[in-house]
Design a protein around this ligand. Structure first.
Ligand SMILES: Cc1ncc(COP(=O)(O)O)c(C=O)c1O
Length: 453
């Protein structure tokens, strides 16, 4: 980092002194002091003590406008009153019955009502577990082993799908230390938005399934279009490949029924998490009844996939999930989040143009991506996708010094942004957007002053 960039850093250090002290404690407990890779930040991350609606408050008492929104789980904002009341009611009734309970049925029925592909549902504890399960079901049912995924698409951190999620996208034990060559050899990664490459992989590899983020890798950093989804659906049907939409982020966000409802393309299986459980831990696989039958005793496949899991369908997550899905079912809350993101993209692009900053904001639905080091044409509408959507230009590792200075400066200016991307909730207000644009303006001035932009 340049000597000048330490101006940004010293303002950050001064404002968040108590966080620095907590980080010192955390470092002797956790590797790097953190419990999630994305929360790692030099010289230390901020520590948050509480949150409400679109904002969280640091241990120093500073308010931050939050664009992580629970890693995408909190589309209703922090502390939605219906979710809080449902969890409080359930807490005193019991948090784990080690038994079936009515609330799990109600939760599953809501998923069936909203998600077009959900003939049957099985709850897990996370999105990672859901994608793991979907792959194993596909292998059991088809008797095939290979999996086709897309370069830059993220499906959780388990061995079977973490390869090729990040640049440089190679599938080898150098880029994925700890994953065995046997596991890597069962995975085929193809470029996004390339139906020819998909067909070739299907023909040559005869995979069990094909999985993708239906709005594009890293929630639309490299957008996928509806036309591609329809083509992929046709190819999967033609080659007997099970199509899995990973709607862990897009589910209940893009539309109440997820990307599959929005684009009217029905996958064979869908993985869900985040919004599904209203801000508590929880995931699910849902899809065709004959496929989910793989988990059933005495099933039509003559062999059963084992699926225990201590917290599957637990009453607290079920209570929060039911309340959240009820609040989202008519599409109004999701629409507010989408509109907030649209306005913010537009206002940020106006700011970048006004300041001649070589950055561009883009994205779809309630998701926003910022691409620094961009000198291409300026967006003329909200459909704009930089670099014609080329993943090699959009999904690239940015300078660590710039990324670090941008994040720390923006936090110091009152906004917590998820790396270069952000998500809005239904409760991000006009005032939040105005304050966010002002914070970006101050941040850019500081970065320019420090010679980083
Ligand atoms: C598309 C997608 N799939 C799967 C996962 C993994 O979910 P979890 O973090 O609940 O394990 C994520 C997490 O961000 C995700 O974005």
């Amino acid at each position: 980092m340049s000597a000048k960039a330490s101006g940004i850093e010293s303002a950050y250090r001064t404002k968040f002194g108590e966080s620095a002290r907590l980080f010192e404690r955390g470092r002797s407990v956790f590797p790097n002091g953190v419990t999630h890779d994305a929360r790692y930040l030099q010289p230390f991350p901020v520590y948050v003590q509480d949150a409400s609606r679109s904002r969280k408050t640091t241990v120093e008492g500073h308010s931050l406008i939050d664009y992580w929104v629970g890693h995408g789980a909190l589309i209703l904002g922090h502390g939605h009153p219906d979710v809080v009341a449902a969890v409080q009611r359930q807490m005193v009734r019991g948090t784990h019955f080690s038994a079936c309970h009515e609330l799990e049925i109600e939760w599953g029925e809501r998923v069936q009502r909203l998600v077009p592909s959900a003939e049957r549902v099985r709850f897990t504890s996370s999105g990672t577990e859901a994608t793991l399960m979907a792959l194993r079901i596909a292998r059991l049912v088809t008797g095939r082993t290979k999996v086709v995924k897309f370069i830059g698409h993220f499906h959780g951190w388990h061995d079977l799908l973490v390869p090729a999620a990040y640049a440089p996208y190679t599938i080898d034990d150098w880029s994925m230390p700890g994953v065995t060559p046997g596991v890597l050899s069962d995975l085929v990664a193809v470029p996004p938005n390339d139906l020819q490459a998909v067909e070739q992989a299907f023909r040559e590899q005869q995979p069990a399934c094909c999985i993708l983020e239906p709005t594009g890798g890293h929630w639309g950093l490299v957008p996928v279009q509806g036309e591609f989804l329809r083509g992929l659906r046709d190819l999967c049907s033609k080659y007997g490949v099970i199509l899995i939409f990973d709607e862990v982020i897009s589910g209940f966000r893009v539309a109440a029924g997820g990307a599959q409802a929005h684009y009217d393309v029905k996958p064979d299986m869908t993985t869900l998490a985040k919004i599904l459980a209203g801000g508590l831990p929880g995931g699910a696989v849902c899809g065709r009844a004959d496929l989910l039958d793989a988990i059933a005793f005495g099933n039509r496949h003559g062999k059963k996939m084992k699926h225990p899991g201590t917290f599957n369908g637990n009453p607290l997550s079920a209570a929060a999930g039911c309340a959240a899905l009820d609040a989202l079912a008519d599409g109004v809350a999701g629409g507010l989040a989408i509109e907030a993101a649209r306005q913010l993209r537009q206002r940020l692009n106006e700011l970048f143009a006004q300041k001649s900053t070589p950055w561009v904001a883009y994205g779809e639905f309630s998701m926003i991506h910022i691409l620094p080091n961009y000198n291409g044409p300026r967006p003329t509408d909200d459909e704009f996708i930089p670099h014609g959507g080329k993943y090699e230009l959009l999904d690239v590792e940015q300078s660590a010094a710039l990324k670090h200075a941008f994040r720390t400066a923006l936090i110091t200016n009152g906004v917590d942004w998820f790396g270069w991307s952000g998500m809005t909730s239904a409760v991000h207000s006009d005032n939040d957007i105005n304050e966010t644009v002002n914070a970006f303006g101050r941040t850019i001035d500081q970065l320019v002053g420090d010679g980083l932009v």
